[in-house]
Design a protein around this ligand. Structure first.
Ligand SMILES: Cc1cc2nc3c(=O)[nH]c(=O)nc-3n(C[C@H](O)[C@H](O)[C@H](O)COP(=O)(O)OP(=O)(O)OC[C@H]3O[C@@H](n4cnc5c(N)ncnc54)[C@H](O)[C@@H]3O)c2cc1C
Length: 467
């Protein structure tokens, strides 16, 4: 029997074992099942297993182990590098494991490993609660949390990973572990920033916080010509405002949509967006100075439902468009850095592309670097060039642009990257090591304990430490 025949038989057996569904080439659902969010990623797995239960997850892991088929784990499918799929291998798609159970009295939320941020937000807001997550509601909570998770309340309540207090993990050996700080402090440490390296997380347990239903939201758009002033004042005002205020400064071109007057369509801008994690009226006052930095192109700021604020960016990131992102860490926005940001924004081959400047600090920076696997807590600015475009003919120009932003920022960068953003491809191992820095050795030891054969390697991969 050839290896291929053997695999086919094993996949037949897997299909029979699953409560969920196994989708294979030739099946009607195959193209839909193999697609991930980034249209640049066009891979053809041997099978996509849509798992419905923890037992399904165990069956898929066992099949990958016994056949040797390479395995990809998919939560929300939003990884920019396409880690949620794989050519010729087995995809474990968790999107049917998407429950959100809120224990309002205990302030805890249990979330399926394939749930999206939108599902998490909708369920928690029914109880006036939030779990810190990201800024686009279709993103998966699994991938986002395991590598950190930064969003609109990060300076107040930290990373998503900082709020992760427990998890159900299926290991490479097929063991099901209920992980808490008491049961396995080392693994909980690793899940807080070490990515999908240690097993498949079928359930995440979070601490929740009271916020909403209405919050003060900031969305002030200035001409790019004022970028030096806007970015300098932005830093000064956010520092003075305290942890309730979390912001992102975005450089780009005004989209040609009805929300903006036609006269400014495609005008280069610098926008400051943010949320106040506290009473909306108090927030309105705290945000006001950031709306008064000079002549505005537009201002969409104001009180709004938390659920709407969590979706402000959704229309900018349709599934199936082409994306190539990078990420770098900076300590300060010197005039030289701002010149690079402005000049590269103007040079972007796609008007959909942006450079996003996340000002961190607050609760993120108050946790010691060694206390969780996530590293880079002292990083003041996470800067992400996002190449966003539609047509394959423009791939080369847009990929080159994103890389050029990074290479021009390189002399000013502090090293490593926030591993949830890069479209990877070329850096791989070196970037992962640099980003985890002094935490890498402990991560490698944990990997050797839980996944010595590196079954879970389609990710920001940690190499198992040698015996
Ligand atoms: C439009 C958009 C907006 C974004 N906004 C933010 C943001 O505001 N803040 C932020 O921090 N990041 C943001 N990101 C980055 C995002 O956190 C990463 O892309 C992340 O990988 C997405 O997780 P996912 O589950 O959707 O990805 P997937 O592609 O499904 O999974 C990526 C990898 O995560 C791991 N993984 C996922 N789920 C599990 C699980 N349950 N168990 C084990 N491993 C798992 C696997 O290694 C998998 O290969 C954004 C990305 C996009 C595309």
């Amino acid at each position: 029997m050839s290896i291929a025949d053997h695999e086919t038989t094993t996949l037949d057996e897997l299909a029979a074992r699953l409560d969920g569904e196994l989708v294979r080439p030739g099946d009607r659902a195959y193209d839909e099942a193999r697609a991930v969010w980034n249209g640049m990623i066009d891979l053809r797995p041997a099978a996509v297993a849509r798992a419905s239960t923890t037992e399904d997850v165990r069956a898929v892991i066992e099949t990958a182990r016994t056949t040797g088929l390479p395995l990809a784990i998919r939560g929300g499918g939003h990884n920019v590098a396409g880690f949620g799929t794989i050519d010729g291998g087995l995809v474990l798609d968790l999107s049917r494991i998407r429950h959100v159970d809120v224990d309002a009295a205990g302030g805890k939320v249990r979330v399926g490993g394939g749930a999206t941020l939108g599902e998490l937000d909708a369920a928690t807001q029914e109880h006036g609660l939030v779990v810190p997550a990201g800024v686009v509601s279709e993103t998966g909570i699994g991938g986002l949390t395991l590598s950190g998770g930064i969003g609109w309340v990060r300076r107040k309540w930290g990373l998503s990973a900082d709020n992760l207090v427990g998890a159900t993990v299926v290991t490479a050996a097929g063991e099901v572990l209920e992980v808490t700080a008491g049961s396995d402090p080392d693994l909980l440490w690793g899940l807080r920033g070490g990515g999908g390296n240690f097993g498949v997380v079928t359930e995440l347990v979070f601490d929740a916080h009271a916020l909403g239903p209405e919050v003060a939201f900031l969305y002030a758009v200035y001409p790019l010509a004022s970028v030096r002033h806007v970015l300098a004042e932005h830093e000064r005002i956010v520092d003075a405002a305290g942890d309730e205020l979390s912001t992102i400064a975005v450089l780009g071109h005004v989209p040609p949509i009805d929300d903006f007057p036609a006269a400014i369509h495609e005008a280069p801008y610098v926008a400051v967006l943010g949320m106040y994690a506290g009473p909306a009226d108090e927030g309105e006052e705290a945000l006001r100075p950031l709306r008064e930095l000079g002549e505005l192109l537009a201002d969409f700021s104001g009180p709004m439902p938390y659920l709407d604020a969590q979706k402000v960016y959704d229309p900018d990131y349709p599934a199936g468009h082409r994306y190539y992102w990078k990420s770098t860490n900076l300590d300060s926005l010197t005039p030289e850095v701002v010149d690079v940001l402005r000049e590269r924004t103007l040079a972007a081959p796609s008007k959909h592309s942006t450079i996003d400047v996340w000002l961190n600090g607050g609760a993120i920076a108050r946790v010691d670097e060694a206390d969780t696997a996530f590293r880079g807590r002292a990083t003041r600015y996470v800067v992400n060039p996002e190449g966003n475009w539609e047509h394959p003919d423009h791939d080369d120009a847009n990929v080159a642009w994103a890389r050029s932003v990074l290479s021009e920022l390189e002399p000013h960068a502090t090293g490593g990257a926030y591993l949830n953003f890069p479209g990877f491809l070329e850096e791989g191992d070196e970037l992962v090591r640099a980003s985890h820095g002094s935490n890498y050795a402990r991560l490698a030891a944990l990997k050797a304990r839980l996944d010595p054969e590196n079954l879970f390697r389609r990710n920001a991969n940690i190499e198992p430490a040698a015996e």
